[in-house]
Design a protein around this ligand. Sequence first.
Ligand SMILES: NC(=O)c1ccc[n+]([C@@H]2O[C@H](COP(=O)([O-])OP(=O)(O)OC[C@H]3O[C@@H](n4cnc5c(N)ncnc54)[C@H](OP(=O)(O)O)[C@@H]3O)[C@@H](O)[C@H]2O)c1
Length: 331
Amino acid sequence: MEFWAMVAHESDSGIVLTRQQVDEGFLGQGTVTIKVHYSSANFKDGLAITPGGGVVRNYPIVPGIDITGEVVSSESDDFAPGDLVVAHGYEIGVSRNGGFAEYARVPDEWVVKLDGLSTRDAAALGTAGFTAAMSVQALLDRGLTPDDGAILVTGATGGVGSVAVDILSGLGFEVIASTGKKDAGDLLSELGANEVIGRLPEDPEAKLRPLAKAQWAGAVDSVGGKSLAYVLSCIGYGGAVAASGLTGGHDLPATVMPFILRGVALLGIDSVNLPIEKRRELWSRLGKDLRPHHLSTLENYAPITEVESVLRDIKSGNHTGRTVLGVAGEF
Ligand SMILES: NC(=O)c1ccc[n+]([C@@H]2O[C@H](COP(=O)([O-])OP(=O)(O)OC[C@H]3O[C@@H](n4cnc5c(N)ncnc54)[C@H](OP(=O)(O)O)[C@@H]3O)[C@@H](O)[C@H]2O)c1
């Protein structure tokens, strides 16, 4: 069996992504073989083709942390040929071959059967959208309701951010979208943002105060760094911030004041190693009560052969929304 893949190779000039035919050996170990319909472009995929990106240890590798498609063979009783599935997280696209290829093979305990979502919808959501759903669920589990006040979303035009805006507005929350993109107001309003503001803090050079005026009941943050520290200082009594990312930095120059004087909670979000039962449950809810209502608005499309330019945009911070990468029939 031979099939097409985009393979990342390490070379003296950096990491090069080449379109090439590979054989079945590339599929590696696993119990479920998937004909890939779509993958998607995530921040982490950008890191996978960046020298020193810190997510891939050994090249060559087929990147692509998201796989959606159709089961073509299965050694597991839980899956049968024809099942439409999504698989992401664990080692996919970072330490074993991922979704930028016509076929992928993974252990059955990493696979989620789609329920109420097409393979295209699932790719439009992908890891970033799933992380947004985990973040929203963390705020709901904390007990936040629309009556508690507005929820801030940082990096609002990004993958995690845009899906979070969409899900939160669908649940009836007032949503404040923070973005660095001057022309993103219309898009974010269409996704359901009630107000669009710039990146935070407004003055990036200003010294942060341990506590600032309480402005939001909660936040979905994928930016990290000084922005997250500032956001924590502005959360109201008993509120919470679901933190998943580091596009603005991995440091956290905060004080304990929001925790000990306002009872604010910092909720860590990790989509990679979330146990499969919880992963399957949340994907099912993404087809139901957590379903974003504006996926077609936030979704872009590119054939897999154009993945490099999409990932360049992501790395430069110019990307907006989610880009589905068409794999089947696009090599
Ligand atoms: N914990 C997990 O399981 C998990 C899962 C998925 C993603 N993540 C992480 O979450 C983050 C976002 O991922 P993504 O896929 O949504 O990426 P993305 O689509 O590239 O979005 C990132 C957004 O962050 C904002 N941004 C970029 N550079 C920034 C800077 N220097 N300062 C402040 N904001 C900046 C931009 O939004 P605006 O222009 O609108 O401000 C950008 O669109 C990444 O760090 C990723 O690694 C973590």
